[in-house]
Design a protein around this ligand. Structure first.
Ligand SMILES: Cc1cc2nc3c(=O)[nH]c(=O)nc-3n(C[C@H](O)[C@H](O)[C@H](O)COP(=O)(O)OP(=O)(O)OC[C@H]3O[C@@H](n4cnc5c(N)ncnc54)[C@H](O)[C@@H]3O)c2cc1C
Length: 517
């Protein structure tokens, strides 16, 4: 199939209505392209899903919304306004952290308030260390936003060129070859603070003991603002799907794609599980990179990508439940820490086991910024990190029960009683995540960022097969809701750029078709 002459006539299929697929669909539909989104699940959102528990609906995926500007820009590019589509309220308490009944520390949106809290919790020297740490995190973020996060396919060389001399010296200041854990030791003597800020590595599904120190930029991202989404995070996916539809995109749910087809060396369409064929000049695959590399979408797609070399990122055991919670003042976001952080990551990455001493995150979804919630049962997401082995083995009932015991025992030791009822609890294991996101083993963030060069290991949107583009948390710039949205934006921009250049070269009767390189 030849590529179309007029970019506006191009038919684009987006495989997957995850946040990246939705972002790409919005932008391409807004430019007038003929967009069809094919999603195997019954609703949009992918990992940003809602889990029905009895009559309640609980956010079972992301709960921390950051980098609002990514969505402001996205909506604006499509001629719409984020505020008119999604209700967002900034929080003043970023998260509460607990190590025991009496050891609690809140982090605030206001750096001064956090420094004061850290001073009371661990002393004045730690508060000073925190302020220095925030300044470094800010510099790193500033250095990387343009040449890395917004760039199509950065390399160490392009990054160095883009960062400039000042940026390079800032980067050098955080020892890019050091691990996050080691670098945090320069700011914090208190092991609990090192643990708290080391946990930011898990936002990319990685171990703080192996992740590069540059991940301290996550601290700045949170500091720059965390918002609550009215009605839950899933609303954001619904809003994006609604906007794409308003711009003319078609959505088909329950439509799993079996194969991406190619003809004459370029994409020609897709085949659904039902056998139906849909022709397209371009395809954006929002499925995990592993699904393509593993051949789940056919030989043409498999040959178009490299199999990722790095190890898989974290999976999770998540309990979505409606229960009474008492004895501990839960904030909207609360993290309960184990005493031996290293053991947790040794279990997960080293031994391929559920952690015997887990760190547990609780999102109390009915609580407001002040921590006020309902008198009766409330909606909770409880999350424990786990190894991504869902495609290799199911954990036994005994392993699962022991992980559950260890997780809820930790909450109890910190004073929190959760009155669980089996009929009001939905557990998702790495096997469950593997079924939802095939070929990942349940890894929720693509490949782990272990080692200084790992950030450059993710592919960009372009592939070896002309007309096929990648978008999602497993490709550049990486996982997390705003980053995945950014990847969708980058994929849409590359696709449009290639269509434009093909149309131009046709007009000037130059030889050569659309190239994705
Ligand atoms: C429990 C949990 C907590 C998280 N917490 C946070 C957080 O607090 N903050 C944050 O920013 N991020 C968080 N994340 C990460 C964030 O949710 C993801 O990085 C992001 O949503 C991934 O988006 P994506 O575009 O890669 O698409 P995905 O969400 O991976 O969606 C891909 C879509 O493609 C569909 N698909 C795949 N194959 C096919 C096929 N063959 N045919 C049709 N459809 C197909 C899938 O069904 C899915 O809907 C969390 C994730 C999880 C699971």
């Amino acid at each position: 199939m030849a590529s179309t002459t007029n970019p506006a006539d191009a038919r684009v299929v987006v495989i997957g209505a995850g946040i990246a697929g939705l972002a790409a669909a919005v932008l391409l539909a807004a430019r007038g392209l003929d967009v069809t989104v094919l999603e195997r699940a019954p609703a949009p959102g992918g990992k940003m899903r809602e889990v029905p528990v009895g009559d309640a609906r609980i956010d079972g995926g992301p709960t921390v919304f950051t980098m609002r500007w990514v969505f402001e820009e996205l909506f604006a590019e499509a001629g719409a306004s984020l505020d008119e589509h999604v209700g967002l309220r900034p929080v003043s308490v970023l998260a509460r952290h607990a190590w025991g009944e009496r050891e609690r520390l809140d982090l605030f949106a206001d750096i001064g308030a956090s420094a004061d809290a850290i001073g009371r919790f661990a002393g004045a020297a730690e508060a000073r260390g925190y302020r220095e740490f925030c300044e470094r995190a800010r510099k790193i973020y500033r250095t990387l936003e343009e040449p890395f996060i917004r760039a199509a396919r950065p390399t160490p060389l392009s990054l160095a060129a883009g960062a400039g001399l000042r940026g390079l010296s800032d980067m050098w200041g955080v020892s890019p070859f050091a691990t996050l854990w080691k670098e945090l030791g320069k700011h914090f003597r208190d092991a609990r603070l090192r643990q708290l800020f080391g946990r930011y590595a898990t936002y990319c599904g990685s171990s703080p003991f192996q992740a590069p120190a540059t991940l301290m930029l996550v601290a700045h991202v949170e500091q720059a603002g965390v918002w609550l989404v009215d009605g839950g995070m899933h609303r954001l996916a619904l809003a994006l799907a609604g906007l794409a539809e308003a711009k003319g995109a078609r959505f088909r749910y329950g439509a799993g794609v079996r194969e991406i087809e190619a003809q004459d060396g370029r994409v020609s369409g897709v085949v659904l599980r039902s056998g139906e064929r849909i022709g397209a000049e371009a395809v954006i695959a929002n499925a995990d990179l592993e699904a393509l590399a593993g051949g789940l979408l056919g030989a043409a797609a498999q040959g178009a990508v490299e199999r990722p070399a790095a190890e898989r990122s974290l999976s999770a055991m998540t309990w979505c439940l409606e229960a009474r919670a008492s004895g501990f003042p839960l904030a909207r976001h609360t993290v309960f820490f184990s005493r031996d952080y290293e053991a947790e990551f040794r279990d997960i990455f080293g031994r391929g086991r559920l952690p015997s001493a887990p760190t547990v995150y609780v999102c109390a979804q009915d609580r407001n910024d002040a921590g006020a919630g309902p008198d009766g049962p409330e909606r909770l997401l409880v999350l424990t990190n786990a190894p991504a082995l869902g495609d290799r083995r199911a954990f036994t009932a005994e392993e699962t029960a022991s992980c559950e015991r260890n997780s809820f025992d930790l909450l109890r030791r910190c004073g929190l009683q959760v009155e669980r009822r089996p009929e009001a609890t939905v557990l998702t294991t790495p096997l469950g995540f593997e079924r939802l996101f095939p070929a990942t083993g349940g890894a929720l963030y693509g490949r782990a960022l272990h080692g200084w060069a790992s950030s450059f290991g993710r592919p960009g949107a372009a592939t070896r097969l002309p007309g096929l583009y990648l978008a999602g948390g497993s490709v550049h710039p990486g996982p997390g809701v705003p980053m995945a949205a950014m990847s969708g934006r980058l994929a849409a921009a590359q696709l449009l750029g290639h269509l434009d250049s093909t149309a131009r070269s046709r007009r000037t009767a130059m030889p050569g078709g659309m190239s994705t390189r």
